[in-house]
Design a protein around this ligand. Structure first.
Ligand code: SF4
Length: 428
């Protein structure tokens, strides 16, 4: 049977698709990128914003229109928050909410009338589900979150914290490494909460992965800036741990952070950043910021902006607050006018660009091992420009002979010049 897998939204959704893809292949089915020829289609939906939920509905309808004969299964946050509505959508044969995601493949194969015979089993993961090729893979290590940040619908959609076992995660990483993957990214809804339900913790998981796998590069997905024990940062002393963390700050104003019910205030965040940089001067810290959170006054914005500047982030994901039904923040008074939000967002984008260039300059002349990706740009001098990432997550480009292939190899480079969005490098 031909199975097509689609996702919207976060890296966790992507990681789940990777796992389902392998499970369908291990069950003798074929994963296809072509939805129009598939017998079965799985959509992993998103509902982080109202707009994301609208896009999920749109995608489900479009897929059914393009292949009305395929069986259509919908999972993910939109399906979990709007189960009945999802079940009513034309062409949907089955809705599997987040709490039942781990059993999705068995559930579908056992309960959906597929009247199909398994095809000859293909080599596991012979095709990559995503355009990024086979260099890296996202590994879901936990689901759910015990916290209740007032703007967050994910904690509602994904429920309580649930961790996969260390053994299961190591097996998956070794399976991906065997297929040629050189870098894995650990991801979860609340990654820092890994192990809270199985009496272990994230730093223990990382230690086991470094001991029981040979994966060359281990990277961490988005991580809330709290619950990181003291020896957590010693884990970055090994070159296999990528010196880059995405720590969502969300606001640089303590009174706004209080209305967001965030566990980490600016003083703790500053301490964390100083601790990291004292031990790892080229460590890359990136973050998420919500501008225009309900009630955000001019003074709060100025406080937030100056604190963000002080942190010197390598990159900032900037979101203008959008009301999300079902969250506490939606009920807060004094929502900020769109025009004000836009002005603050533009001001922060400009500042974020300057901080990125500062970080590039700080890394000029440094030598790093780069994992080269599949994407290349043809140049007209018989050369091509290839792209990859340094351990501290700087995108780099290098010009090499057209006849040379470096895809999925790790090679040492010198960073020689900062460009707008990447750095130029020379092979050493
Ligand atoms: S910690 Fe993260 S996932 Fe949990 S409620 Fe807050 S924003 Fe949502």
């Amino acid at each position: 049977m031909q199975v097509h897998l689609r996702t919207l939204g976060c890296r966790l959704n992507e990681a789940e698709l990777e796992t389902w893809g392998r499970q369908f292949q291990n069950a003798g089915h074929e994963v296809t990128r072509d939805a129009s020829t598939a017998h079965l289609i799985i959509v992993n939906s998103c509902a982080v914003t109202q707009d994301a939920a609208r896009k999920s509905r749109h995608l489900i309808r479009k897929i059914h229109r393009e292949n009305p004969t395929a069986k259509l299964v919908v999972s993910g946050c939109y399906a979990s928050l709007n189960t009945e509505e999802a079940e009513q959508l034309l062409g949907v044969d089955m809705v599997i909410p987040n709490r039942a995601k781990n059993e999705l493949v068995d559930d579908v194969l056992n309960n959906l009338d597929l009247n199909s015979m398994p095809a000859m089993s293909t080599e596991p993961a012979t095709i990559s589900l995503f355009n990024r090729g086979r260099q890296r893979a996202f590994i879901k290590v936990q689901d759910g979150c015990r916290y209740r940040c007032t703007f967050c619908i994910v904690t509602v959609a994904r429920g309580e914290e649930k961790s996969r076992t260390i053994g299961e995660i190591i097996d998956e990483i070794n399976a991906f490494h065997q297929q040629g993957v050189q870098e894995v990214i650990l991801t979860g809804v609340h990654l820092g909460g890994y192990g809270s339900d199985i009496d272990t913790r994230l730093s223990t998981l990382i230690t086991h992965i470094l001991q029981h796998t040979d994966i060359p590069r281990l990277r961490l997905g988005s991580l809330e800036p709290w619950e990181l024990d003291d020896n957590f940062f010693t884990l970055f002393d090994t070159p296999r741990m990528m010196p880059h963390l995405h720590l969502p700050l969300q606001s640089g104003s303590d009174s706004v952070l209080r209305r967001m019910a965030r566990r980490c205030k600016t003083a703790e965040f500053r301490q964390l950043v100083q601790h990291i940089r004292k031990h790892h001067p080229h460590f890359n810290l990136t973050t998420d910021i919500i501008v225009g959170f309900p009630g955000e006054t001019d003074t709060e914005w100025e406080d937030s902006f100056s604190f963000i500047k002080e942190m010197k982030f390598g990159h900032i994901h900037i979101f203008s607050y959008s009301k999300r039904e079902g969250t506490k923040a939606a009920l807060l008074p004094d929502h900020v006018a769109k025009l004000i939000q836009k002005q603050r967002s533009q001001q922060l984008h400009k500042c974020a660009e300057q901080m990125k260039q500062q970080f590039f300059k700080q890394n000029l002349g440094q030598q790093y091992p780069v994992l080269w990706e599949g994407h290349a740009v043809q140049l007209d001098n018989g050369k091509k420009r290839v792209f990859g990432y340094t351990p501290n997550y700087i995108k780099v480009a290098c010009e090499i002979d057209d006849s040379t292939s470096v895809e999925n190899t790790i090679q040492s480079v010198d960073l020689v010049k900062a460009q707008d969005d990447f750095m130029l490098a020379g092979l050493t």
